[in-house]
Ligand binder design. Structure first.
Ligand SMILES: [Zn+2]
Length: 155
């Protein structure tokens, strides 16, 4: 039987789930309630990673030393998202960026906001590789990634 003979039913599946964050990510988000971004430091290679890891992915050493990092850093890479995709919660268009916070050695992915999104040239003028950004914290913090509304360019 050829594939053309099968009937197809189209639909959408919505999956509601709960994800256990574990000790490391739970502490990371608990600190968001106090407006602090914490990373973990590897005792062997001294790298500080944000988001934190329970072990160093390079050395495989436990990373149980917590270090507060800045809520300001530089844009390592960014993308302008103007196409909807499945399960996307953020309204388009938006900017997703990898941000290296001061005091850490890894990238942290978040939204860049506070930028005129009406024209891509205006976005390019405001959002640059190596450009400095600072977290804009929510007034009500619940211990989640949304406690940081977005990172905005530092003027
Ligand atoms: Zn290491």
């Amino acid at each position: 039987m050829s594939i053309e003979k099968y009937k197809i039913v189209e639909g959408q599946v919505k999956v509601t789930y709960e994800l256990a964050l574990g000790r490391t990510w739970s502490h990371f988000y608990d600190c968001f309630k106090e407006g602090k971004i914490m990373g973990t430091r590897c005792r062997k290679c001294s790298r500080v990673l944000v988001p934190p890891r329970s072990f160093c992915p390079r050395c495989f050493e436990d990373m149980d030393e917590w270090v507060e990092v800045s809520d300001e850093g530089i844009i390592e890479t960014w993308v302008y998202v103007n196409m909807p995709f499945f399960a996307q919660e953020t309204k388009i268009p938006f900017i997703s960026a990898q941000i290296r916070l001061d005091g850490c050695d890894s990238g942290f992915t978040h939204i860049v906001g506070g930028v005129d999104m009406s024209d891509l040239d205006k976005v390019r003028a405001a959002v640059k590789l190596g450009g400095r950004v600072k977290a804009v914290w929510s007034r009500e913090k619940k211990g989640s990634i949304r406690d940081i509304e977005y990172f905005e360019p530092v003027k």
